[in-house]
Design a protein around this ligand. Structure first.
Ligand SMILES: [Zn+2]
Length: 121
């Protein structure tokens, strides 16, 4: 009897088939867990260009926003957001689409990159 903790199911197999079954099962479990985590992550991932919308969504989510990449702006942004929650910049994704003509989420400077922000714990 094999138990899949990712699905909470049990599978009855013959002992002679255990190696061939487990190899395929482990691949299936790995893909299943990856897809569940990916789905959960993207359900909390938003692309937001507006400061007020950012304030509404930042708690508990990942927010992709245009940013000027200025250290002082980031410091001020994080301090201003403390009234809602502590935030931090997580990373700058390699794929940068539609960044031209965007303004920083926090100031009026031209945005250089889309940056992912989230709550800091
Ligand atoms: Zn800025």
């Amino acid at each position: 009897m094999l138990c899949r903790r990712d699905e909470g199911t049990k599978i009855s197999i013959k002992i002679d088939d255990i190696l061939s079954t487990i190899n395929g099962l482990l691949d299936d479990i790995s893909v299943n867990l990856y897809n569940k985590v990916k789905q959960k992550m993207y359900s909390h991932y938003f692309k937001i260009d507006d400061y007020n919308e950012f304030e509404k969504k930042i708690d508990g989510n990942f927010i992709l926003s245009p940013f000027c990449c200025d250290k002082d702006c980031e410091t001020k942004f994080c301090l201003d957001m403390k009234q809602i929650c502590n935030i931090k910049s997580l990373c700058i994704p390699f794929e940068q689409t539609e960044i031209e003509n965007k303004k920083c989420i926090n100031c009026d400077k031209k945005a250089l990159k889309y940056v992912i922000f989230s709550k800091s714990y």
